[in-house]
Design a protein around this ligand. Structure first.
Ligand code: UDP
Length: 389
């Protein structure tokens, strides 16, 4: 296959040289489309990919092949999202799940590597911070295939979180780093440990694109909802893997539900942990429901009075839908929301949770500051990739 040397502009990661500089890259000299292999595995990745895959499909010179690792596999954690958002059916289903982090990542790497050897893509695209993200980036890097990381540069600065390790390592070995905010760009500059010729692109949040695109299609979930309610989700390991923390959190949510109904779509991992402490969801004052699809989630957000969550994605979606958020963690990657007063970080302390909920339920919802781009992040990503040929 013929090759040529071409130039393109790179946003250098050296903080002392934060300007565009010229880099050299070998590119294939032929008329074939740019082939991207996209690695998906977990619920938030399906939502992000729905925005980006749609933008990629608008480019005649881009061909996308999807690998689904199988990390999330229940119908309402996976297939439902492909159907609702018309995501292309994955060409490869690896069906790998239910293993500890190391085994899961290793088995995924093995499966992804074998596909990459067959497909010989120009790029591998990974999203966010899951084990599927890390496995995809590592498998590609070891085969010298360039990696594009969407939602790059986010940091909680809590290395006890598996997601933080996944983010740091993925950013370290990515070639195109698509950042949702200036803060995430500055984290990458401050670390100064990117791959040679890595290029940082501040594109905004692809979840903003998804929220904008799919809000018009939002759908009520099956069981009827109370007129006024707080929408709650929680599934982070630090909140549900420790029985004492989980009990404390459930007590706090029950206390909130004495004031305003709490509707909680229950993540399968959380359900399992609650079974482990013999918590009876039927007898609880919290209204637990099955995980819902994205269109139902947008409806819940739109009809809620407030959001309580430990999810990364939901903190932003609360803001996109004009709702305050109470974050059930001790830190967040989305610090701008806290700085603007749209999000309160409260951890799992019942008093702090109750105080924040009571205050925010009585605060007018105004969100004048525009954060995380203009809702066209996916187009910037597609255009950037298209220009690499
Ligand atoms: N979500 C959903 N249905 C649910 C719960 C969450 O569609 O029952 C969506 C939510 O709107 C957000 C994404 O899933 O877009 C967040 O996923 P999750 O909380 O699992 O991951 P995180 O954002 O913490 O990485």
């Amino acid at each position: 296959m013929p090759w040529r040397v071409s130039t393109f502009f790179t946003y250098t990661h050296n903080p002392k040289k934060s300007y565009f500089c010229t880099a050299f890259k070998l590119k294939r000299l032929n008329s074939q489309p740019i082939k991207i292999v996209t690695i998906l595995g977990a619920r938030p990745q399906f939502i992000k990919a729905a925005a980006v895959s749609n933008a990629l499909s608008q480019h005649p010179n881009i061909q996308e092949v999807i690998i689904h690792t199988g990390q999330h596999f229940d119908r309402n954690m996976s297939q439902l999202f492909f159907e609702e958002m018309h995501l292309p059916v994955p060409t490869y289903q690896l069906d790998i799940h239910g293993l500890p982090h190391g085994a899961l990542t290793g088995r995924m790497m093995e499966g992804i590597e074998s596909v990459l050897l067959t497909e010989q893509p120009d790029w591998v695209m990974v999203y966010g911070d899951t084990d599927s993200t890390l496995a995809g980036a590592l498998a590609a890097r070891k085969l010298h295939i360039p990696v594009a990381h969407v939602e790059s540069g986010l940091r909680s600065f809590n290395e006890a979180m598996p997601e933080e390790i996944n983010r740091i390592v993925t950013d370290r070995i990515s070639d195109l780093l698509f950042c949702p905010s200036e803060t995430s760009v500055s984290h990458l500059h401050n670390e100064g440990r990117l791959a040679a010729n890595a290029r940082i692109v501040m594109c905004g949040d692809v979840m903003k694109d998804a929220a904008r695109r799919f809000t018009t299609l939002m759908t009520p979930p099956c069981p009827p909802l109370p007129d006024r309610f707080v929408l709650c989700t929680f599934h982070r390991a630090e909140n549900v893997d420790n029985p004492q923390v989980l009990r404390q959190l459930l007590t706090a949510l029950e206390q909130v539900s004495a004031t305003v109904p709490v509707v909680c779509p229950l993540h399968p991992h959380t359900r399992k942990s609650m079974e482990g402490i013999d918590y009876d969801t039927e007898k609880s004052s919290i209204r637990f429901i099955e995980p819902v699809g994205y269109l139902e989630m947008l409806y819940l957000l739109n009809h809620s009075s407030l959001v309580m969550t430990d999810s990364g994605g939901l903190q932003k979606e609360a803001y996109y839908m004009g709702r305050f958020c109470v974050t059930l963690r001790n830190e967040t990657e989305w610090t701008e929301l806290v700085e603007c007063g749209y999000n309160r970080i409260v951890g799992t302390n019942p008093d702090q949770i109750l105080n924040a909920v009571n205050q925010l339920l009585n605060t007018p919802t105004e969100f004048p500051v525009e954060l995380y781009g203009n809702g066209h992040a996916a187009e910037i990503i597609a255009e950037t990739i298209a220009q690499t040929k």
